[in-house]
Write a protein that binds this ligand. Structure first.
Ligand code: PXG
Ligand code: PLP
Length: 456
């Protein structure tokens, strides 16, 4: 039943609805947001193009975060827009179970060609969270189909973020994302995180100290026995926890220990995938090949929801046994390989290739590093971290109110400097679209520097 005033209100044109402030904000329960605080002073975006958003109050906002780490090719790219429009008018939806349509097949071949050599199979999801839960389930099922069903333990890492599914929060290592939600998955353990300001503050690129933290995996193996462990999942670079980099040699060592004990290694590249660190995947930039890679975000440039799990030949082959008529994996989503998402992803890969954006991210990384580290010495700056086109500036927490300084910088950057950054606690995180140039980099750090100076 509609209330009298909505019934009498004239219907509004959808384009106007999308670009002006909504009359009411009550019904929408916003994700990962302080709802009451936000609704008292909303930050609303109406449109976007290239490196910029436009807010509903008509300001041009420089995008320092590629949306939420996803719009790697920048916003509203005409090729991607046209591909989605065309696909919506051609085939809006096709069932994905025991049925198909051409695009996910075409896309999977393109994706396999971009991935490290052994990762030749692609399972589609609609988000990073679903990619993570999919990869964890594949890991457990893989051991079972090979007769090692006792390998049920999953190992994550402190401060890890692997989305919000029950699997993802169980292997994840952020207390706020876990503590409200009960006992989580059983049989999960965690490696220590690698953030070490005492030894590594203001490192340029990868920190020098901490490769030995990977040896903690040997300790967990000694405790639980390798025969009980299915997989280790880590972000090559952790994003959500405020950008935590792998010490030099750390990922190599994790790989060696996993291989030695028959444990699968999963890289969660939801943020690092698709060019963010100057190669298609961080696995390639770091020269470490995992058994699975989870992705989302940059896969479709954020223009349609899509995720994908890249799976090695060996894992895939283990499932392709038994009677031909048997379903090999009892898992999948209604929207796996959705036509609009596939069209968006194919057009996105074209733009990445035509504009050589992964290489651009590599080349601009040096200037990015120079400019972000020039913020050292500003008030309250206690660490600066960077790699590829990822950056973080950590601010000292106010003793009485941890997180408030970071939030204030985020908010003032948006309102006073027309700059969008992310804050996680007191860390300001940056991950711009890969299409940016040096002037954009200058503008980002000029505006962020001014905001940090203005925030006591
Ligand atoms: N794994 C990783 C490594 C991620 O960074 C997910 C899984 C989950 O993806 P979905 O699509 O389900 O959200 C992510 C998502 C931030 C921020 O502020 C990071 C993410 C999402 C929202 C905010 O750093 N990463
Ligand atoms: N809940 C119900 C009642 C369903 O019927 C389905 C799918 O058919 C789902 C959840 C799962 O939805 P999805 O496949 O979009 O993840």
């Amino acid at each position: 039943m509609s209330s009298p005033d909505t019934a009498s209100a004239a219907p509004r044109d959808p384009a106007t609805l999308a670009t002006s402030a909504p009359e009411r904000t009550d019904a929408y329960w916003m994700p990962f947001t302080a709802n009451r605080q936000f609704k008292a002073e909303p930050r609303l975006l109406a449109s976007a193009e290239g490196m910029y958003y436009r807010s509903v109050d008509g300001r041009e906002i420089l995008d320092g975060t590629a949306g939420l780490w996803c719009c790697n090719a920048g916003h509203a790219r005409p090729q991607i827009v046209a591909a989605i429009q065309r696909q919506a008018a051609t085939l809006d939806f096709a069932p994905s179970f025991q049925m198909g349509h051409p695009l996910p097949f075409v896309l999977a071949e393109r994706l396999a060609a971009l991935a490290p050599a052994p990762l030749q199979h692609v399972f589609y999801t609609n988000s990073g969270s679903e990619s993570v839960d999919t990869a964890l389930k594949i890991a457990l099922a893989y051991h079972r189909v090979r007769g090692e069903g006792q390998r049920t333990r999953l190992i994550g890492r402190e401060k890890g973020y692997h989305g919000v599914g029950f699997g993802g929060i169980s292997v994840g290592g952020l207390a706020n994302n876990r503590k409200f939600f009960g006992a989580l998955l059983p049989g999960v353990d965690h490696l220590p995180h690698t953030l070490d300001l005492r030894r590594n503050a203001f490192s340029r690129g990868l920190p020098k100290h901490g490769a030995e933290l990977a040896d903690e995996l040997e300790r967990l193996v000694a405790l639980h026995d390798a025969s009980t462990i299915a997989a280790v999942i880590v972000e090559p670079i952790a994003g959500s926890a405020g950008v935590i980099l792998p010490p030099e040699g750390y990922l190599q060592r994790l790989r060696e220990i996993c291989t030695k004990h028959g444990i699968l290694l999963i890289f969660d590249e939801v943020i690092t995938g698709f060019g963010r660190v100057g190669d298609c995947f961080a696995a390639q930039r770091f020269g470490v090949v995992p058994d699975m890679i989870t992705t989302a975000k940059g896969l479709s440039n954020g223009a349609a929801p899509m995720g994908a799990v890249f799976v090695s030949q060996a894992i895939h082959e283990a499932f392709m046994n038994g009677p031909e008529g048997a379903i090999e994996l009892f898992h999948g989503y209604t929207y796996s390989g959705h036509p609009l998402a596939c069209a968006a992803a194919l057009a996105t890969l074209d733009v990445y290739a035509e504009e050589n954006l992964f290489a651009a991210a590599h080349e601009l990384g040096d200037y990015w590093e120079e400019r972000i580290h020039a913020l050292q010495g500003l008030p309250n700056v206690i660490d600066i971290r960077n790699y590829g086109l990822v950056g973080a500036v950590e601010l000292a927490a106010r003793p009485d109110a941890p997180g408030s300084r970071g939030y204030e910088v985020f908010k003032r950057a948006f309102h006073e400097q027309n700059l969008m950054v992310r804050c996680t606690g007191d860390t300001i995180a940056l991950s711009p679209p890969l299409i940016l140039n040096r002037e954009h980099i200058d503008r980002i750090f000029d505006r962020l520097g001014a905001t940090i100076r203005a925030t006591a």
